[in-house]
Structure formats: C-alpha cells, structure tokens
Design a protein around this ligand. Structure first.
Ligand code: SF4
Ligand code: SF4
Length: 108
C-alpha cells in the first residue's frame, strides 16, 4: 500500500532543496507539491512498500497501510527511528497498538 501523508505534520521539509522522503525513495516516487508545499506519492501503484520514506521523515508524517491480505483495512505499521534503535508501531483494525523496539546499531 502506498505511503499515507499526515498533512497536519508534513511541512515539505522547509528549507531543503530536496525533502527527506524524496531523497530516500529508491523509485523516485515522492515529491513535494509546489502549490501546497506538502509531499505526495506521484505514482502509488509503483510503490513497493519499502518504507524508506517513512523512516526518513523527521516529522513522523508518513505511515504505511498494511495490505488488506495481511492486516485488513486501516491496519497500519509505522517505524519510528531512534538513535540506535527502531520502534515498530503496529495498529490493528480495532485501533489496538502493538509496539516492538529493536536495536539496529551498536554503540561505538
Ligand atoms: S520527509 Fe516528512 S516532512 Fe519532509 S516532505 Fe516528506 S513527509 Fe513531509
Ligand atoms: S514506501 Fe518505498 S517505494 Fe514506496 S514511496 Fe516510500 S520510499 Fe518510495
């Protein structure tokens, strides 16, 4: 499922020539609309749910809807990047949240 942008959080990465989500998408699918100053996915059918844009957004403005075959309509999965960890927040169709936190970097 394509990324879903929370327009109350997205500020278009103000001040950057290229937004973090644009920079992160390997398919060059994310863009900032010059009219609204907010991001959107320009070809949702080409999105393969890699979640790079979701992880890259510093404002936690992007979430991924879980395909209905896996989680039914409205279930979401959101990675929240920490310094040395990633926290996965999964919300099921009833709004119940499950949170999993994993270390993804070693302290040096
Ligand atoms: S990275 Fe986040 S805040 Fe920046 S343009 Fe994309 S969705 Fe908006
Ligand atoms: S989930 Fe991956 S492929 Fe889809 S828009 Fe985001 S970065 Fe691009």
């Amino acid at each position: 499922m394509p990324p879903r942008i929370d327009l109350s959080k997205c500020n278009g990465c103000e001040g950057r020539s290229e937004s973090f989500c644009e920079e992160a998408c390997p398919g060059n699918l994310m863009a900032v609309d010059p009219k609204t100053g907010q991001s959107f996915c320009r070809s949702t059918r080409d999105c393969w749910d890699c979640m790079s844009c979701v992880k890259a957004c510093p404002r936690n403005a992007i979430e991924t809807r879980i395909p209905y075959q896996l989680g039914y309509h409205k279930a979401t999965l959101k990675p929240i990047m920490g310094k040395n960890s990633i926290t996965w927040k999964c919300t099921d169709i009833h709004g119940k949240e499950m949170v999993y936190k994993y270390r993804n970097r070693l302290d040096r």
